[in-house]
Design a protein around this ligand. Structure first.
Ligand code: ATP
Length: 514
């Protein structure tokens, strides 16, 4: 669905609001509304349980947002957590230099895809896309150019070579999307960490950072957790929490926020086994997305060309957002970089005694890191659909429906008396609501015609609507309507909880991961 529609749906139905909206908002900061918070909590629960409940060797922690400032020196964030920024002198708009180049490459990729789709139509069944890409001179030209720019960009980023980044922008004649001009400033590094001051300690000594990632809270607690839980390698530590980044550009709704939430898991392993675990976590994480209903064709791996200072292998899981394939999650083989750095700066040994190898060493780490907010956006944009369905009179009508997996839907069941002004119906409905609310987040709604009430529930993704009518009073049955199939069944009130429980259960979703 169109990105604008996704954003306006989120606001209209109480999923996401701009922060401090009455003051015209704060750029790249958002608040989750009543349905948004439920959906986000459910996504987090799914992730948390898939890590800590399904793996006996993964435990959770909840570390503080503030950490000793040396943490960020050790992790490399003080010196190297920068993005290259460039301003257009005519529009005064600021951009990330690497993103300008990446967008240019994405445009070329778009041209390739267009040519391939056209050719596929022309050649029909016998069409071989790979062969076509290798032999068609125009398409091959685009692909070679993408590869050439890609490796030039990767090198410039790895070397932190700002003049070269500017040169790439100039060589490609990239223009500002707003002013259309190529009048650029020099490219400069910009550190993304927010800082604040501790108590009354002035100057550098009291400088505190808002954590830009949750991972470091895990690394500094490695020994505490390992010793207190008597874990043996391999084992993992999972954490969900806020992270803060002073992003240069913030124009893509909750895709790029200045305050966001991460779900990270650091898996501690013996040196030399990292590739095996890297492969394992790549497979596991895709499985997690697919089990939730994300179509496989909307996910792809993207290997990092310019590896971060800490990694010896890194891959993104990209999702096909309404604005194209972008990073949803990262899987990184971080070697022993972080623990070694902390060991050096703190002067404390961060080692593990391996009884099998009969030696002490600093463990290696493979991490999986996903933004809860990006995952939210991915779930909403996959499930928000507009479709034509028969209405109550059998006529065709269109509806907006959020086909979320029932296990993460914010409201599981809506209880609807057929008529508002019949006390027998409303009091029976309220009784049923009370019964169901012991088990699920429910909603009671008596306002408007039944068709409109169904549509409201469709729009927030409620998997079941239960209607109470005059037959209910006679025989203790209700109709239950399925959001996706629209099938309505008559069932006994005492069967309701069991039937719904089965469909919305997180356990069934988790079972797909075994
Ligand atoms: P990007 O290249 O898009 O800036 P990144 O590579 O810096 O992302 P990581 O440092 O790997 O991101 O962070 C791990 C995850 O945290 C990302 O995959 C993403 O889901 C999430 N994330 C990172 N930055 C943001 C942000 N500004 N807003 C929302 N989520 C974010």
């Amino acid at each position: 669905m169109d990105f604008k529609k996704v954003v306006s749906h989120c606001k209209e139905y109480g999923f996401i609001f701009q922060s401090s909206e009455i003051y015209d908002g704060l750029a790249a900061v958002y608040d989750y509304g009543p349905y948004g918070v439920q959906l986000k909590n459910n996504i987090k629960e799914y992730w948390w349980k898939s890590m800590t409940q399904l793996h006996e060797n993964i435990v959770g922690i909840d570390a503080s947002i503030f950490m000793h400032p040396k943490t960020w020196k050790a992790s490399g964030h003080v010196d190297a957590f920068n993005d290259p920024m460039v301003d257009n002198k005519d529009s005064n708009k600021r951009y990330r230099a690497d993103v300008l180049v990446e967008d240019y490459m994405a445009k070329l990729e778009g041209k390739v895809n267009k040519e391939v789709t056209k050719a596929a139509k022309r050649f029909g069944e016998t069409f071989d896309a790979d062969m076509y890409k290798e032999t068609n001179p125009r398409v091959k030209g685009y692909l070679d150019k993408i590869a050439e720019i890609g490796s030039r960009l990767a090198k410039a980023m790895t070397d932190a070579n700002m003049p070269e980044l500017k040169k790439i922008i100039e060589d490609l004649e990239i223009a500002c999307p707003v002013s259309g001009s190529r009048n650029w400033t020099d490219v400069r590094q910009f550190n993304l960490m927010f800082n604040t001051q501790l108590g009354n300690i002035a100057g550098e000594e009291g400088k505190l950072y808002l954590r830009p990632e949750t991972a470091q809270g895990i690394f500094v607690n490695f020994l505490n957790v390992q010793k207190s839980t008597r874990q043996k390698l391999p084992f993992g530590i999972a954490q969900i929490g806020k992270a803060f980044r002073n992003e240069i550009v913030a124009r893509q709704f909750i895709f790029r926020m200045r305050e966001f939430e991460q779900m990270e898991m650091q898996f501690f392993i013996a040196p030399g086994t990292e590739m095996e675990w890297y492969k394992y976590w790549k497979e596991m994480r895709i499985k997690w997305h697919v089990a939730l209903g994300t179509p496989e064709e909307k996910l792809r791996f993207h290997d990092h060309e310019n590896l971060a200072h800490y990694a010896n292998a890194a891959v993104d899981i990209q999702f096909d957002f309404p604005f194209g394939f972008k990073e949803l999650e990262g899987i990184h083989s971080r070697t022993d970089f972080d623990l070694k750095q902390h060991q050096e700066l703190s002067g404390k040994k961060l080692q593990y005694f391996d009884p099998e190898r009969n030696e002490n060493y600093v463990p290696y780490v493979v991490e999986t890191s996903i933004g809860a907010d990006r995952m939210f956006l991915s779930a909403i944009s996959t499930s928000l659909q507009e479709e034509t369905v028969p209405d109550a009179d059998g006529k065709e009508s269109s509806r907006i429906v959020l086909k979320l997996h029932p296990a993460i839907a914010p409201i599981k069941v809506a209880v609807l008396p057929l008529l508002k002004n019949k006390e027998e119906l409303t009091s029976k409905a309220k009784e049923i609501y009370k019964l169901l609310s012991l088990h699920f987040p429910c909603q009671y709604d008596e306002k408007d015609a039944i068709g409109r009430r169904y549509r409201r529930q469709d729009a927030i993704g409620t998997p079941y609507c239960v209607t109470i009518d005059f037959d209910t009073l006679e025989d203790d049955t209700v109709t239950i309507r399925d959001r996706d199939t629209l099938v309505q069944k008559r069932i006994k009130i005492n069967e309701l909880t069991g039937i719904i429980e089965k469909e919305v259960s997180m356990s069934l979703l988790l079972a797909k991961l075994l």
